[in-house]
Design a protein. Structure first.
Lengths: 95, 494
């Protein structure tokens, strides 16, 4: 599978990672190499096989739908690069 | 230099109780060894004040009697574990400055037992790598060197700092995590023991997530007994991780009898790789002989989908990583890029992630994004998950046929040199060829040092066990350890 620079640019955009124009051809080549490697999976007959969803067969536990924690705004914000007036601050989101 | 850091957990546990040594003395000796070993790049955040406070409390607790096994034992903690108030950045620039407000369940359990945290250990960025070369802190270096040669070798990865620290006797043991081989491969490269337990044995809560269906924590220790002691302390159900198993945790140490008579050990023919070095072939043959001499029955088995484990892993792990790493957005913690006039929120995400992630992490996040994207989800991700079902079924079948454990090499080579030009990312991925099947199937696997190559470097074998039977697996490993009698240590150059 060969990935072109346009696809590489689209994937970078989807992943929200800025990639400079000049780096796109090398990136596309690396993707192609990795996808060639995983292409081997097409040799396997998977007809009628269920995709694995849980590693060990177990029923996920449920818990009571009640508040168990909270009231720690300062601690939640303690690591924020920009926190103001008790909120996370971000650049303009809408035009 | 004091010999105290050379102690094993079991020895120190007894010495602490007999009053032959105090945790304060042990901890001071480890801290001195760590300060003298900066050339190894193992400890990336040292926490001497925290450690000394914990050591003093441990000494009081031991005097009072009834203290847990790990009370007063100085450990290193992989940087992937969130440790309260102590930098925890998964060896990534994007988490620079992050000091968690909470403690991971596993490190918390160790600390509750009275263990002493000496500091945080180097690793590949977000545990993505097999040589510790993707770390934002720089390389960790293997304390082992080839005979008469000063070339710096990798301690393996991703738990490279943990492996180097234990092998160099900077701490008594360390925590590691294993997504595709990240405990077992570095253990094999440094002549120590490392076990990845069954998926669900250890809580993943508070461990920075890489691939949630594959990640497991485990101990990296100087021998099998220590692995049994430390694993018991790390395991157990945690309501904060819904995939953690609500099963009793046995006393693994008490199960170490060394008696494996009548056990059936499978030798999978698909693990005989083309171009495998003679030293690995020989090591494996010797391991088979040792187990046979100990009374085990050896049987050739087939795990037909082995060949597809690496390609399936390199779809599933990046897919999960791309989802897990979406949280690094520059808003709630860690790095945020400096923005230009007029930049909006999308530019903030894109610049922050471009600056914060290293090349291998970016590559995997983007590959994961691609295989999950519309139009490719079935062809890649779903197909890989189906192949994963088949890989697990291979193991289920041999276990149903009476196999108790499976013996394989741990790695396809001994430790290789740092800085080797790897132009092809796939070449590095091949390091995990013997270990990755175990993560895909959720099984326990342990690496034990059993020999050296012609250049004096340690080599390890891997034993794979039935789900939840770590005790039995460790007992087989114990028998192998006793037969191999591996006692070599790296000579100190750092």
């Amino acid at each position: 599978m060969s990935i072109d620079t346009e696809t590489a640019a689209r994937v970078a955009k989807l992943a929200r990672i800025r990639v400079e124009e000049a780096e796109l051809p090398a990136l596309a080549q690396e993707f192609s190499r990795i996808l060639d490697f995983v292409e081997q999976l097409n040799e396997v007959d998977v007809e009628g096989v269920e995709p694995m969803v849980s590693v060990t067969p177990m029923r996920l536990k449920r818990r009571e739908d009640v508040v168990t924690d909270g009231g720690m705004q300062d601690r939640v914000l303690a690591n924020a690069p920009d926190a103001r007036e008790g909120f996370f601050a971000v650049p303009k989101v809408v035009e | 230099m004091s010999d105290l850091p050379k102690m094993k957990i079991a020895e120190a546990r007894d010495a602490l109780r007999n009053g032959d040594v105090t945790s304060v003395e042990l901890t001071e000796a480890c801290l001195a060894a760590i300060d003298g070993a900066d050339a190894l790049g193992a400890f990336v955040h040292k926490t001497p004040e925290v450690a000394m406070g914990q050591a003093r409390s441990a000494d009081t607790r031991i005097k009072e009697g009834g203290a847990p096994d790990l009370c007063g034992i100085p450990l290193g903690i992989k940087d992937l574990f969130c440790t309260k108030g102590v930098p925890s950045q998964a060896a990534s620039r994007i988490l620079e400055g992050f000091r968690p407000e909470y403690e991971s369940t596993v490190s918390g359990k160790l600390l509750d037992d009275g263990a002493v945290m000496l500091g945080k250990l180097n690793m590949d960025e977000f545990a993505m790598g097999s040589s510790n070369e993707t770390s934002a802190y720089g390389n960790a270096v293997n304390p082992w060197r080839r005979n008469g040669d000063e070339t710096a070798l990798t301690p393996g990865g991703s738990s490279g700092g943990s492996a180097a620290a234990v092998a160099a006797d900077l701490c008594l043991a360390a925590t590691g995590t294993d997504t595709g081989g990240s405990i077992r491969q570095p253990a094999a490269f440094t002549g120590i023991t490392g076990i990845k337990p069954t998926y669900g044995r250890c809580s993943r809560w508070g461990i920075v997530a890489f691939a949630s269906s594959l990640d497991q924590a485990g101990p990296m220790t100087k021998d099998v007994r220590d692995a049994a002691i430390m694993l018991r302390a790390m395991c157990g159900h945690d309501p904060k991780d819904s995939t953690s198993a609500d099963l009793p945790v046995p006393d693994f140490e008490a199960m170490l009898t060394g008696d494996i008579r009548g056990k059936t050990i499978g030798i999978p023919r698909e693990y005989r790789m083309e171009g495998m070095p003679d030293a690995i072939e020989t090591l494996w043959a010797e391991g088979r002989k040792m187990l046979e001499d100990a009374g085990a029955i050896l049987r050739d088995i087939s795990l037909p989908h082995t060949k597809y484990a690496l390609p399936a892993y390199y779809v599933i792990a990046p897919a999960e990583a791309s989802s897990n790493l979406a949280r690094y957005d520059g808003v709630r913690y860690g790095h945020r890029a400096k923005l230009s006039q007029g930049d909006g929120i999308t530019e903030m995400y894109e610049k922050t992630r471009a600056e914060g992630f290293g090349d291998e992490v970016k590559r995997r996040v983007m590959v994961g994004t691609y295989v999950l994207s519309a139009g490719f989800y079935d062809a890649y991700y779903n197909r890989a998950r189906k192949v994963r079902t088949l890989i697990k079924r291979d193991f289920e079948q041999v276990f149903a046929e009476g196999i108790d454990a499976i013996l394989t090499p741990a790695t396809p080579s001994a430790a290789f040199e740092l800085g080797r030009q790897v132009e092809d990312p796939v070449e590095m991925y091949l390091n995990d060829v013997f270990t990755v099947t175990v993560n895909l199937a959720g099984l326990p696997g342990v690496a034990i040092p059993t020999g050296t190559d012609s250049q004096g470097l340690p080599l390890g074998l891997q034993l794979i066990g039935r789900p939840w039977e770590e005790g039995d697996l460790l007992n087989t490993a114990y028998a192998l350890e006793q037969a191999a009698g591996f006692v070599a240590k790296p000579s100190q150059w750092w």
